[in-house]
Design a protein around this ligand. Structure first.
Ligand SMILES: *Cc1c(COP(=O)(O)O)cnc(C)c1O
Length: 355
């Protein structure tokens, strides 16, 4: 059996190496995983309580339009419920967008390097990804705009960008949004929105009413610590929401995820605690890289990309032997390291210094 032609060009997702596998293969007892940008401080205790209650209802299908979560989030963000769409992770929303809007021979413009799902999903949809290199780790918005033409259906801006952690300037992004033609969907992926400290960061939600082709993606997987439950959301024009509703699986967000996300929304303390401790960890990483003379990109997220000045795959293996799992991504000599909790940060820093 031969799959569709596009499928043969795609590589299966390569997950961060599992902790258990490293322990078994290398005979290590202590292993820290800093490879998937998960929240090292866990999740809100309110989420746990909500899930314990919800367990009693798991014989029943979940709600299709998530009215409770939509209501609560709409109020918090100052949007209408009709502008909200929920997915089994924001990953699913990216897939639904490409499935719903990309025709054969349509193009989608994105950065190189950025979150790899955009590329894969455009290919699966039968479209053509057009990549525009980053400039010093930052999206080249002018270059991306120049790549837009009649065939372009979508542009992706990952802000902060995974894997570099960088953000695009406020004015530059606003100017970009203004100039993208109205037949092109602008997808701004803000998976790390809650981690951002920069004041030069555009608030995109207030622009939704003015730009019906604007889509903002957020998730409960990162700062809220619910990666294992799979729930993310998109903010967009209600007409776009209606079209995604036609394509999605009816029960795409499960009961536990719906309840835990709702409970997490009310826990500002957990989010603030994560934000603060992440900043402290980031400062330790930055100081260490500077001491070692290793260049890094200035990050607004919970990970940092650093140039280790040696083949990244080798450094990855050397760190693995010392019990630290990172990701060799981006460029030949760069790795991306998630900012862990205090102990994990220390373990990584010590391992790096010993290389
Ligand atoms: C983690 C991540 C996502 C996906 O998050 P889920 O909601 O868990 O699917 C989307 N975009 C970026 C840039 C990410 O890093």
């Amino acid at each position: 059996m031969k799959p569709r032609e596009q499928i043969e060009k795609i590589e299966a997702y390569s997950p961060g190496t599992p902790v258990e596998e490293v322990q078994r293969q290398l005979g290590l007892t202590k292993v820290v995983k800093l490879a998937s940008n998960e929240n090292p401080f866990g999740y809100s205790p309110l989420a746990e309580q909500a899930m314990i209650e919800e367990v009693q209802k798991i014989n029943m299908y979940p709600e299709v339009a998530l009215p409770l979560l939509a209501g609560s989030l709409a109020e918090k963000l100052g949007v209408s419920r009709e502008q909200l769409f929920f997915g089994n992770g924001s990953d699913e929303i990216i897939r639904l967008l490409t499935t719903t809007y990309i025709n054969q021979s349509d193009e989608a413009v994105m950065a190189d390097v950025t979150f790899p799902r955009y590329y894969t999903d455009v290919l699966i949809g039968g479209g053509t990804p057009i990549t525009v290199p980053l400039v010093e780790g930052v999206h080249d918005l002018e270059g991306m705009l120049a790549a837009v033409r009649a065939k372009t259906k979508m542009v992706f801006v990952c802000n902060p960008n995974n894997p570099t952690g960088t953000v695009v300037g406020k004015e530059q992004l606003l100017h970009f949004i203004e100039r993208i033609p109205s037949h092109v969907l602008i997808v701004i992926d803000e998976a790390y929105y809650e981690y951002v400290h920069s004041t030069d960061y555009l608030e995109t939600v207030p622009l939704l009413d003015k730009y019906p082709n604007l889509i903002v993606l957020r998730t409960f997987s990162k700062i809220y610590g619910l990666a294992g439950l799979r729930v993310g959301y998109g903010l967009m024009n209600p007409e776009l929401v209606q079209n995604l509703m036609r394509v999605k699986e009816p029960f795409n967000v499960n009961r536990m995820a719906q309840r835990a996300a709702l409970a997490s929304l009310n826990d500002d303390k957990f989010v603030a605690m994560t934000r603060e401790r992440n900043e402290q960890g980031k400062r330790i990483y930055e100081r260490t890289f500077s001491e070692l003379g290793l260049p890094y990109f200035s990050s607004q997220a919970n990970f940092v990309m650093v140039d280790v000045k040696r083949p990244a795959k080798i450094v990855y293996m050397d760190l693995l032997k010392r019990g630290v799992i990172v990701r060799p991504v981006g460029y030949p000599t760069t790795i991306r390291v998630t900012i862990g909790n205090e102990e994990e940060v220390e373990t990584f820093v010590q391992a790096l210094k010993m290389l």
